[in-house]
Structure formats: structure tokens, C-alpha cells
Design a protein around this ligand. Structure first.
Ligand code: SAH
Ligand code: SF4
Length: 466
């Protein structure tokens, strides 16, 4: 979501004549896009801001801004800790950034633009203070020119006890289907082949337009036939809303990836209850059965929090059991980080020592990696269809992909979101290509492009490089 927010803000600033620079010392304006989900992310921003303390001595006209979740959460505190910051802009005010930067430069006055707190008004007032901001798309700011994020919802109303998101991103609101469909068409016109629909609980999407109720399944159907779009993904799913209609849409709509990210967070009912996740581990298992029966071979990935308040060894082992049983494609594993303003921080002691959190984190990571590697090995000898993203990070770093290289290491993803690396012409970026897998690691399939053989006029067989 932050990648998308950065793209939109850069798009708006470019419209005003700004250009990006790689060198922070050259920048007239420095904006930090921030995350508050864990404390560590905030520390990083405060130390970066600390390093910019004397920056204005050399560039008196420089404007320094903090945008995003931390801005909404810490507000004035940011000016107190870093007096050289000029603007603090919450997730609901990103559209105001060009004007706020201009004002800060011309009158050197600080400004704070944030939304209402969740208890500072009626639900409607609070919701309205978080504006959805998706007007300007900037192709150059995307992870690749062929892939784009599309926000379909903002905010979250689930209030898991550990989580700061409902406060920093406000009430859950679904965008109108017609706006989303038109944005997808615009993106397709810009050459995008793969869209990823975004929402904190993307499968809770609901919007009524012209008397028709659209759930995520209907929305997928609405955008499925957009010319030029080859693949559609959506993240992140909430286990309780993984309904049959949605799974049938994933099964039946051929452009929709068979990849489902459905965070479990824990495999222990006491923990799930303390987290207020709204489901039991038995219900999570039933959901997995539903997925496996309706969308066979779907790849499911998860998030886990280790060391949540009161997590015993036994409770942790139950999470390990769930991973063994579900064999997730991958899991994002986080050590619990107490967040001010959340129910867990107010009511429950953060009682698991850091070294225990670290040890559980490492053990869980080892288990998940072992499973990912074993499951990836099943692909060895198989052909997979890959959407080519472009040269791999390694090829870019080594300079191998520079200039008019005819062959370099490329990276792409399968329909079920597995990363594949292989040698090929960089011009294949953006195309769907068949790759035969001959090796793997826990995170990557390694293969080579399949050369098709076609019948030539003379009856001679000629190899063709895909
Ligand atoms: N909306 C998404 C998650 C957003 S935050 C969902 O509900 O799945 C991404 C992940 O960060 C969460 O799934 C959770 O695993 C982790 N997370 C959130 N708050 C956390 C905290 N206080 N400490 C550690 N991990 C946290
Ligand atoms: Fe946070 Fe829970 Fe909402 Fe996800 S569903 S954003 S974890 S409150």
C-alpha cells in the first residue's frame, strides 16, 4: 500500500514540475513515507530524520516532510522530536502534499494535515476525513512497468488487538466498482499486464452501485475482461471472508491468480481470541479445506505473529503445527511489537522476552523454509507459465542487464506467485513465457525458457526461442 501511495504522490509532484533525484543532498524536498505496523519501522524513520538535522544549513529552502501512517499516529510529536520537519501529512491527506510543500517553501510555516481520530467524530465524519487518493498514476514509480497496484478499499474495521492500522488508515471503505474498473482500463492502456487489488481485508470488499451489490467476486468478474490485462491478484485476505463465491471466481476466471494470501497470525485458539481475530483455528482449517476443494493447487501464504502477549511454548507449537499442516507457500513472520493506542498495549503485558521472540521467529522461519523448499522441488522437471518482470536484481547489480544485452538473468512469477529466475532476452519483459524448472531454493524456482519446435515448410524442425 505504501508503494502505491508513493507512486501517487510522486505522480502529483511530477505534475507540478518536480523530478526525482537519487541524491538526498540535491533534493529541494524530502518526503518520508512511513509505516507504523511495528516499532522498528518507526525507529528507522526517526534516525533518518535525525541524520537530516543540519541539512537545511546547506539548503535553506529545503522542505522536509513525513507522510503516511506514522504521520497520522504521531502527529505533532514528529515536530517535537524533529523540529526541522516542515510538514506532517496523514494517509488521508496525501492529495494535499503539492500544495503543502509549496506553502512550506514560501512562508516557512509548519503544517500538520491529518484525519480525525477514530473516536473524534461520528463514523461518517471520521470516514470522510480519510480521503481515498488515487487520481494520478505514475508508470515510472511502479515495481515494473507491467505491474500495478489498484486500491479497492481503504482502512480497516477489524480492530485486531495488536494492530495500529484501523487508527492510521481509518474506517473501512470500499471504492465504487466503476472507479476501479476505469482505473484498471487506464493502467492497461499504459501497458500494465498484471494488477494487484489492494485492501487490508480485500475479500471484505462490498459496494452497491446502481442498485447492484458488488462483492470481491463480482468485482473480479467486472474487471476480468479488460483488454491487455493478463493477470489479476488481490491481497490481503481475511480468513472469515474467504467465501465460496470468491473461491469459485478464482477457479473460473482464468486471469485470476491461484494465489491466496490469508494470514492466520496464530495456530492457538487462546492467542487468536486475545488477538480478537474473529475465528478459531478449526475455522481456519475449514477455510483451508474449502480452498483446496474448490481451487485445487492454489498457493496459500500466511502471516504469523510470534511472542504475542501470553504466548506459551505450547501455544507457539500450535502455530508450528498449523504451518506443517497447511504447508503454506510462504509465511511472513513477525515478532510481536507493542503499539501505543492498541488494545493489546493498553490491556495486556508484553511479557515474552525478546530472546524468546527471536528464537521462535527463527524456528518458525526454518520450518517454513523447509516446507517451501520441499514444495518448490515438486516443480522440478515441470513447465510453468511465467509473467516476465525483467532483469533480476542480481543482473541489475552486476551491470549484466545494461545496454543492449541479448541475454541476462530474468525474473518472473508463476500464476501461483512463485518467483522464477532464468536466462533470456530482456525484451521478454511483460510477456508470458514457458519455463522448465530444473532447480529450486525455498524462495525461487530456477529454470530455462522452453524452446518450442515448429514445423517448417520443408518439413524440417526448427527450434524457436520463446
Ligand atoms: N490487513 C492485513 C495485515 C496488515 S499488517 C491482515 O489483516 O492480514 C501486516 C502484518 O503485520 C499482519 O498480518 C501481522 O502479521 C503483522 N503485524 C501487525 N501488527 C503487528 C504488531 N503489532 N506486531 C507484530 N506484527 C504485527
Ligand atoms: Fe490490522 Fe487486523 Fe485490520 Fe489486518 S485485519 S489491518 S491485522 S486490524
Amino acid at each position: 500500500m505504501n508503494v502505491l501511495d508513493s507512486e501517487l504522490v510522486v505522480g502529483a509532484l511530477r505534475n507540478e514540475g518536480y523530478e526525482l533525484t537519487d541524491d538526498i543532498k540535491q533534493a529541494d524536498t524530502v518526503l518520508f513515507n512511513t509505516c507504523s505496523v511495528r516499532e522498528h519501522a518507526e525507529h528507522k524513520i526517526y534516525s533518518q530524520l535525525g541524520r537530516m538535522k543540519f541539512s537545511k544549513r546547506y539548503r535553506p529552502n529545503q522542505v522536509i516532510g513525513v507522510m503516511g501512517c506514522m504521520a497520522q499516529k504521531d502527529q505533532k510529536k514528529i515536530f517535537e522530536r524533529a523540529p526541522h520537519v516542515d510538514i506532517v501529512v496523514g494517509t488521508g491527506q496525501l492529495g494535499e502534499i503539492p500544495e503543502l510543500v509549496d506553502q512550506a517553501r514560501s512562508n516557512r510555516r509548519r503544517s500538520l494535515a491529518v484525519s480525525l481520530g477514530r473516536r473524534d467524530g461520528s463514523r461518517n465524519q471520521v470516514a470522510q476525513s480519510f480521503e481515498s487518493y488515487d487520481p494520478l498514476r505514475d508508470p515510472e514509480m511502479r515495481p515494473s512497468p507491467f505491474q500495478a497496484y489498484v486500491r479497492i478499499m481503504i482502512g480497516c474495521d477489524k480492530f485486531c488487538t495488536y494492530c495500529v492500522v484501523p487508527t492510521t488508515r481509518g474506517p473501512e471503505q470500499s471504492r465504487p466498482p466503476s472507479h476501479i474498473a476505469s482505473e484498471v482500463r487506464t493502467l492497461a492502456g499504459q501497458g500494465v499486464k498484471e494488477v494487484t487489488l489492494l485492501g487490508q481485508t480485500v475479500n471484505s470488499y462490498k459496494h452497491t452501485e446502481d442498485g447492484q451489490l458488488y462483492r470481491l467476486s463480482e468485482l473480479l468478474e467486472l474487471i476480468h475482461d479488460t483488454d491487455g490485462i493478463e493477470r489479476i491478484k488481490f491481497v490481503t485476505n481475511y480468513p472469515r471472508d474467504m467465501t465460496v463465491d470468491l473461491l469459485e471466481a478464482v477457479r473460473d476466471l482464468k486471469k485470476v491468480s491461484r494465489y491466496l494470501h490469508v494470514p492466520a497470525q496464530s495456530g492457538c485458539n487462546e492467542m487468536l481470541k486475545a488477538m480478537k481475530r474473529g475465528y478459531t483455528v478449526e475455522e481456519y482449517r475449514e477455510m483451508m479445506e474449502r480452498i483446496n476443494s474448490i481451487v485445487p493447487r492454489a498457493a496459500v501464504s500466511s502471516d504469523f505473529i510470534v511472542g504475542f502477549c501470553g504466548e506459551t511454548d505450547e501455544a507457539f507449537e500450535k502455530s508450528m503445527d498449523l504451518i506443517r499442516e497447511c504447508r503454506f507457500k510462504n509465511s511472513f513472520i513477525f515478532k510481536y511489537s507493542a503499539r501505543p493506542g492498541t488494545k493489546a498495549d493498553d490491556m495486556m503485558p508484553d511479557d515474552i522476552p525478546e530472546d524468546v521472540k527471536r528464537e521462535r521467529n527463527n524456528r518458525m522461519l526454518d520450518l517454513q523454509n523447509m516446507i517451501s523448499e520441499e514444495d518448490n522441488a515438486e516443480f522440478i522437471g515441470e513447465q510453468v507459465e511465467v509473467l516476465v518482470e525483467g532483469p533480476s536484481k542480481q543482473a541489475i547489480k552486476s551491470g549484466e542487464a545494461d545496454g543492449d544485452a541479448l541475454k541476462t538473468q530474468l525474473v518472473g512469477r508463476t500464476d501461483c506467485d512463485r518467483i522464477v529466475v532464468f536466462e533470456g532476452n530482456p525484451r521478454l519483459a511483460g510477456s508470458l513465457t514457458n519455463v522448465e524448472v530444473h532447480d529450486c531454493t525455498a524462495t525461487t524456482l530456477i529454470g530455462s525458457i522452453v524452446t518450442r519446435e515448429v514445423q517448417h515448410g520443408s518439413g524440417e524442425l526448427l527450434p524457436i526461442l520463446s
